[in-house]
Design a protein around this ligand. Structure first.
Ligand SMILES: [Fe+2]
Length: 257
């Protein structure tokens, strides 16, 4: 399994604080069946300023330590960028780091409670330059849960999304879990990732998250999501079906965010 979203680089954001905890987290990932991890420190979020060069250096250090500790996981650089204006400039100047530093997919998060008015334009601009935006954990965003039509429009335009394993495991509540499953059923989600912050064994439960997808959405859907992380890692086009409109269920999804 490949994890495309994690916060296991030490001392760099709100993820692991010490390298030994990063190693422990990676060891648990390996036990869970993870073979590749993309480290994605926050950038532009709170006071986190983690430009590409800083991430490349820290990734190399973690790689060397993991090798020394015989952790059977390959570690790649990445970044979780808080959406902002002129992200193309950030890519051109080296501030931003694409997933696996491969230049094709950029992991982007939204502010917690709002969707900036420039979001759609920014995401389209990246696409125009050949970069595929990967929207992190849409299931956790209250405005998307309230009205998924914005997300549907994005996915129709070629933007892809990543569901967080803990959401499927119910860590953010029953309604977030249900919404995450609905997004997958409607082909509005393309990846599952841990988004681990290295704060406990329960955060690395990717295998269990895929099992939940299998149970609710079928084995082929779970396999597709798993394959997509592999394809992303190898700079291939991911597998995707035409998304279907997801209507909110009044009283079930609305108002319970
Ligand atoms: Fe994250």
């Amino acid at each position: 399994m490949i994890d495309i979203h994690s916060h296991v680089l030490p001392h760099i954001d709100d993820g692991t604080r010490y390298i030994q905890r990063s190693i422990t987290s990676l060891a648990r990932a390996a036990q869970n069946g993870v073979t590749h991890v993309i480290v994605t420190p926050h950038h532009g979020y709170k006071n986190y300023h983690n430009p590409r060069e800083k991430i490349l250096d820290a990734t190399l250090r973690l790689r060397l330590r993991a090798k020394k500790e015989r952790i059977p996981i390959l570690i790649f650089p990445g970044q979780e960028v808080l959406i902002h204006e002129d992200m193309m400039n950030g890519l051109n100047t080296g501030a931003l780091c694409t997933l696996a530093d491969a230049g094709q997919y950029l992991l982007i998060s939204l502010p917690q409670d709002t969707i900036p008015s420039f979001a759609m334009k920014e995401l389209s601009e990246l696409q125009r330059h050949g970069v595929v935006p990967v929207l992190a954990h849409p299931e956790r965003h209250p405005l998307i849960r309230k009205d998924p039509s914005w997300l549907y429009t994005l996915v129709q335009q070629g933007i892809v999304t990543q569901i967080t394993a803990p959401s499927l495991l119910g860590y953010s509540g029953r309604r977030v879990k249900r919404f995450a499953i609905d997004l997958i059923k409607h082909d509005l989600a393309h990846f599952i990732a841990s988004d681990t912050h290295g704060v406990g064994q329960d955060r690395y439960r990717m295998k269990e998250a895929y099992a939940i997808v299998e149970r609710h959405c079928g084995t082929s859907k779970a396999a597709l999501l798993k394959d997509n992380s592999d394809l992303l890692m190898h700079c291939q086009h991911i597998l995707r079906s035409e998304p279907r409109v997801l209507h909110t269920r009044r009283g079930l999804l609305n108002g319970f965010a």
